[in-house]
Design a protein around this ligand. Structure first.
Ligand code: AMP
Length: 542
């Protein structure tokens, strides 16, 4: 028997309308790429979203299901784009600005973006590939200075687009399972894959994060969104803040530790998010030049890579600021788990508490986790037995955009994360390793396989194996172990870096090279990365 409850669609419009109705006075503060500060209220944003929605349909001919790309920093217009585009049933496709030209070109052509909204300061990255973009009909420039020029064809300025538009719009009736937004994961060995979020998944993910047992965000908070809006929808925070009534602070390209500390102080930020590299940098800068007054910042939420215990301890001891860890993936919207202590942990020693806080955490309601061991059995939840982490839930991907990636899913409907983890008796998951052949440096992925095939195309190189090694600033960085064609030939690291710069952007190119006689292989002749990692850890890889 079905329940007798209305089938009320959970959409981004539901979030926007609620945010405006209840929290129209709350602020959105942007520190823009040109260094200026912009402030307005949720209510102002709401009106501009409606103008944008009208402009999209009437001026740009965007209709339901169309893809609309954004190539932008975190700032108010980008928030308007989230709601304006999804609000009319189109798909807000946030494009990662840090990828190589080839990846960006692939992503835009694969998604079939009709229009791209691009920050003036990022235009040069698209100018290089514009002739290769098959579906883009028009570019809308955001935050353009007066004297702005570009070689992009068919451009409009964002403010001109919105001018003269009506603030009235009847939102179309959307099905909550319609697509609302899309992000590509670069955390794959092959081509990037699109993850298409639905209105429902976005709503449920955002409402779950703010719970006191999870992010604990409320209308008393001012939240700094350090996580880029092009990284899995800034972890859902642009939606969550409208539900919690938290002021939003958006740093755009002001991401150097000193710039972030200045914003934290000026805006009296109480909570923030970001990858560990950002918080490591902020901690070191604060140690070097301690703030005169205690910051209003109570907590920072870290995900994307493991939150180091030393950082949790240091920040708390020196500045009274708590680190909270979450885990997730582009495929999981992204937040799947979050780690917080419970009242029953109060009796533990400081070390015992730290052990728990350094775990990746407990799955949200609506998300399930399991560990499958190497022999295919379900691991016990004993905090010791390791295996592949699998996930299913109300905001987990069910299949990739335009791709039949059966190997990413189990026959009984779980998504295989490629992370190697344990789960303890209280449900806290801990990442131990990764089966993905990838390096995560400063929150961005680097494909070791792509680097290896590029390196092996060099005439002097016979074999190249790339592994992740720990790095204080970037958490991980690539190390290339090279076998030269004949051991007498010589090559300089600089020559290899120059060679790779044709296909890779700077952060992806290894700075560390080791020359060896042979790459260790598995029984079936594949590069044995585990063995290479072991040899490196033991200082035997020379
Ligand atoms: P992405 O899809 O780019 O967000 O990357 C997701 C991957 O990042 C996960 O599968 C993990 O390998 C890694 N990751 C995310 N959060 C954490 C965390 N808290 N600790 C360790 N690894 C993490």
């Amino acid at each position: 028997m079905e329940g007798l409850i209305m089938n009320y669609p959970l959409t981004t419009n539901t979030i926007l309308e609620y945010g405006n109705r209840v929290f129209h006075h709350k602020k959105i503060i942007s520190h823009l790429p040109d260094g200026t500060r912009h402030e307005y209220r949720f209510g102002d944003m709401y009106k501009r979203c409606k103008k944008l929605a009208n402009a999209l349909t009437q001026k740009l001919g965007i209709t339901k299901g169309d893809m609309v790309g954004t190539f932008a920093w975190n700032h108010a217009p980008h928030i308007e784009l989230y709601y304006g585009i999804s609000g009319i049933g189109a798909v807000c496709h946030t494009i990662n600005i840090r990828l190589s030209s080839q990846q960006t070109e692939f992503i835009i052509n694969n998604s079939e973006d009709k229009v791209i909204f691009v920050d003036a300061t990022l235009v040069s990255l698209l100018e290089k590939i514009t002739t290769l973009l098959e579906t883009v009909e028009c570019y809308v420039i955001i935050n353009a200075p007066k004297d702005f020029t570009t070689t992009l064809p068919n451009t409009l300025h964002y403010e001109d687009l919105l001018a003269d538009q009506s603030e009235d719009i009847e939102w179309p009736l959307l099905n909550e399972n319609d697509a609302s937004s899309m992000c590509y994961t670069s955390g794959t060995t092959g081509l990037p894959k699109g993850v298409l979020y639905s209105h429902r998944s976005t709503f449920l993910h955002a409402s779950n994060i703010l719970s006191p047992n999870a992010g604990n965000y409320s209308n008393r908070d001012t939240i700094l969104l350090v996580v880029p809006q092009f990284h899995v929808m800034a972890w859902g925070f642009p939606y969550m803040c409208l539900l919690s009534g938290s002021n939003m602070v958006l740093p755009s390209s002001n991401l150097q530790p000193e710039a972030i500390i200045k914003i934290l102080k000026e805006e009296k930020v109480t909570k923030a998010n970001g990858v560990p590299t950002i918080w490591l940098g902020i901690y070191q800068a604060m140690k070097k030049d301690p703030p005169n007054e205690k910051l209003a910042l109570e907590e920072y939420l870290v995900g994307g890579s493991a939150l180091p215990k030393s950082l949790i301890e240091g920040f708390e001891k020196d500045f009274g600021i708590k680190g909270v860890q979450a885990w997730g993936m582009t495929e999981t919207s992204p937040l799947g788990t979050l780690s917080r202590l419970q009242p029953k942990h109060e009796q533990l020693s400081d070390k015992g508490k730290l052990e728990i806080r350094a775990k990746q955490g407990i799955a949200f309601p609506g998300v399930e986790l399991r560990i499958i061991t190497d022999d295919g059995t379900l691991a016990p939840t004993d905090g010791k037995t390791m295996g592949e982490l699998q996930i299913k839930g109300a905001w987990t991907v069910s299949s990739y955009f335009k791709t039949n990636n059966h190997e990413s899913f189990t026959e009984d409907g779980w998504f295989k994360t490629g992370d190697v983890s344990t789960i303890d008796e209280d449900g806290y998951m801990e990442i131990k390793d990764r089966t993905k052949d990838l390096i995560k440096s400063g929150g961005e992925w680097i494909s070791s396989v792509a680097l290896e095939s590029a390196l092996m195309a060099h005439p002097k190189i016979k074999e190249a194996a790339v592994i992740a090694i720990p790095d204080e600033k970037w958490v991980e960085k690539p190390l290339a172990s090279i076998v030269l064609v004949n051991n007498e030939s010589e090559i300089l690291d600089e020559e290899l870096m120059g060679f790779l710069s044709r296909d890779f952007v700077k952060y992806q190119i290894p700075k560390d090279y080791i020359y060896i006689n042979e790459v260790p292989k598995t029984s079936v002749g594949k590069f044995d990365k585990k063995e290479i990692r072991r040899l490196f850890a033991e200082g035997k890889l020379t």
